[in-house]
Ligand binder design. Structure first.
Ligand SMILES: C[S@@+](CC[C@H](N)C(=O)[O-])C[C@H]1O[C@@H](n2cnc3c(N)ncnc32)[C@H](O)[C@@H]1O
Length: 260
């Protein structure tokens, strides 16, 4: 083989070796040689499929359909299952039409328990007036490309959950009329640090020990303001945030105030 062909072949081999052939790829995440049974778990598949069906209209503005965020939904199901062994309600801040919370609530059959499901959202996009810099730009982009008035859709989606409470309004003002005592599951997905900071100030004292907070945007590029805010918050309560390859962050409540 002539030297040029050898060089070309070596370059090709090196390139191929570096290119990981993944067995699962979605949502900016690819993995190889991992046990992915959770994706085929019948109970999870059923809950995910139902949430996808009910979220079609909610994602119509993007023209791309419902995103494949199954791994993120799996994390929420895990946190929700953990919550079923604790006392306290479920809370989600940032609901849209409920892709994550519908999957998790269906998965744990929340309907069969007395736990309430508190769902906080403007249901019409991210308020941008108090935001600045890249956060404001990203929020504006998402408002333009994804969000619209989804309140009626969200109400329809959660109809079967008799204990679901949709709280339409801006966080933190919308916290003023709710009577949440204890929380066992908390998903925070507001795509801006200011509102997430205000949310955790209100929610943290109510989170029972051992409950899990799922931070949807924690380790996503472009969400560094949230990342730093959450690290600071976690340090202030003697915890650290676990970074997941999905981009989510996890905090376990070590809070005795919630008195589990
Ligand atoms: C990424 S979406 C939530 C997606 C949702 N978790 C799901 O499973 O599809 C972010 C949501 O946060 C809401 N939001 C952002 N800032 C808010 C605030 N200050 N008060 C209330 N809702 C807010 C937006 O209206 C939007 O629906």
């Amino acid at each position: 083989m002539d030297p040029v062909s050898v060089w070309l072949r070596n370059r090709r081999n090196k390139k191929n070796a570096n290119r990981m052939k993944t067995h699962f790829q979605a949502d900016g995440l690819g993995v190889k040689n991992k046990n992915l049974s959770f994706l085929e778990d019948e109970r999870f598949e059923k809950s995910w499929a139902k949430a996808v069906r009910l979220n079609q209209e909610g994602w119509s503005k993007t023209g791309k359909g419902v995103p494949d965020i199954r791994w993120r939904a799996h994390v929420c199901c895990w946190a929700a299952q953990n919550a079923m062994n604790l006392s306290g309600d479920f809370v989600e801040c940032g609901v849209h039409t409920g892709l994550l919370s519908l999957t998790a609530a269906d998965y744990v059959e929340l309907n069969k328990s007395s736990k309430r499901l508190w769902l906080f959202d403007t249901f019409e996009g991210i308020p941008t007036d108090l935001l600045s810099g890249s956060e404001k730009e990203l929020a504006q982009k998402n408002n333009d490309n994804i969000y619209f008035d989804v309140y009626e859709l969200a109400k329809r989606n959660f109809l079967e959950f008799k204990n679901a409470k949709l709280i339409k309004g801006r966080i933190p003002q919308s916290f003023s009329d709710v009577d949440i005592e204890q929380i066992s599951y908390c998903s925070i997905d507001l795509n801006n640090a200011l509102a997430e900071n205000e949310a955790i100030d209100f929610l943290w004292p109510k989170l029972v020990k051992g409950s899990i907070i799922v931070l949807d945007d924690y380790a996503f590029s472009g969400h560094e303001t949230q990342y730093h805010m959450w690290n600071e918050f976690a340090a202030s309560v003697g915890q650290m945030v676990l970074t997941l390859p999905t981009g989510q962050g996890l905090i376990i409540s070590n809070n005795y105030g919630g008195s589990e």
